[in-house]
Design a protein around this ligand. Structure first.
Ligand SMILES: [Zn+2]
Length: 87
């Protein structure tokens, strides 16, 4: 099963779970910060994000007791410039 993580369509900070924001460092591949089902922030700097938004490997939430451990796909990853603006 794969969970779809949504782009913050309203362009602002979105406190709901299953949202992503792009994170870009010069000279490095774009990465993202996502929220798990329980609203915890997870930085995907150890993951690979394909152009279609598929994240590998599976994403596990580091928060003790959370239990989020899923394959995820970032919706509208190709449009991530807007996600960076939203930060
Ligand atoms: Zn979590």
């Amino acid at each position: 099963m794969c969970i779809t993580i949504f782009h913050p369509a309203d362009g602002g900070y979105d406190p709901r779970p299953h949202r992503w924001l792009a994170d870009r460092c010069p000279g490095q591949p774009d990465t993202a910060i996502v929220k798990c089902s329980n609203g915890h922030l997870i930085v995907l700097d150890q993951h690979k994000i394909a152009e279609d938004g598929m994240v590998t490997p599976k994403v596990a939430c580091p928060k003790p007791g959370c239990g989020f451990d899923e394959h995820i796909q970032l919706a509208l990853w190709y449009d991530r410039v807007d996600g960076i603006r939203a930060l």
